[in-house]
Ligand binder design. Structure first.
Ligand code: Z5A
Length: 234
């Protein structure tokens, strides 16, 4: 390292607020649990925002419309798709997630970077170094790495069963082919080995899933807020 002093290296402090993500294959129950968890956190006095990816800002929601649209009359190149997800993410991170974390809020987000690794990188066999470079500039530099991620785990069969009820609403990325679904589901589960990731059996009733996540999540949030010198708001 040329002429660089250790004291010059800028290691960002963890933000005051805490980010929690729900992941899982299509139909795993993320949206359902987001509502239950968000509403209970509000009732219990937490300063929480609920958001989602792709989306979360007006421009990012417009990009969401583009990437999920089934009716493009040209093929969407896998790298175009990857860049669109990261473009939406950068808007979301800078305009919503980072300010909320800096203000000490709890950010509850429906899908985040694990989804990109599963649906874009692994499913389309894209280079991992491209993913990590984009991660650096969008998420890591902004200090918006999730503190805890709950992976709602269901079988490929249950995913198909739950989605069958809304076939008319399918989007361009609904996993479709069995092989692709199995790959995405397997990558989604593998993240459980990463610290801060928790695998939750999503095949149980809505209440059972909620009753497992909520006490754990509030313990994680309270511990984080206490450690980072912010009084728990409940
Ligand atoms: N995508 C991507 O490719 N790359 C990325 O980086 C990101 C996303 C961030 C949109 O995401 C698409 O974007 C998604 C991945 C891609 N495409 N696909 N596929 P999304 O999150 O908006 O879409 P989704 O994952 O497909 O959401 P979903 O299908 O709505 O699934 P969900 O939110 O996990 O499930 P749900 O809506 O709560 O529940 C589905 C149904 O099951 C519904 O009828 C519920 O009433 C029912 N349900 C839920 N929980 C239960 C339980 N416990 N028991 C019985 N029935 C239940």
């Amino acid at each position: 390292m040329e002429d660089q002093n250790v004291s010059d290296i800028n290691i960002p402090k963890p933000p005051k607020g805490v980010m929690i993500v729900l992941e899982g294959i299509d139909g795993a129950g993320k949206t359902t649990q987001m509502t239950l968890l968000h509403d209970q956190l509000v009732k219990d006095g937490y300063d929480v925002i609920r958001t989602r990816e792709p989306g979360g800002t007006p421009l990012a929601e417009r990009i969401r419309g583009l990437v999920l649209d089934k009716d493009h009359d040209e093929e969407v190149h896998p790298i175009t798709e990857l860049l669109l997800f990261f473009a939406a993410r950068k808007q979301h991170v800078e305009h919503v997630i980072k300010p909320a974390l800096e203000a000490g809020k709890v950010v509850l987000c429906d899908r985040f970077v694990n989804s990109t690794m599963a649906y874009q990188v692994m499913a389309n066999d894209l280079p991992h170094d491209l993913f990590f470079a984009l991660m650096q500039y969008t998420v890591i530099d902004a200090n918006t790495v999730p503190f805890a991620t709950y992976i709602l785990d269901i079988s490929d069969e249950l995913s198909i069963e739950r989605l069958a009820e809304r076939l008319d609403e399918q989007n361009r990325l609904d996993t479709g082919a069995a092989e692709k679904r199995a790959l995405i589901n397997s990558v989604t589960r593998q993240f459980a080995q990463v610290p801060g990731h928790y695998l939750i059996d999503g095949s149980r009733t809505r209440e059972e899933v909620f009753n497992e996540i909520y006490p754990h999540m509030t313990e994680v949030i309270d511990g984080y807020l206490k450690e980072h010198n912010t009084e728990p708001s409940s």
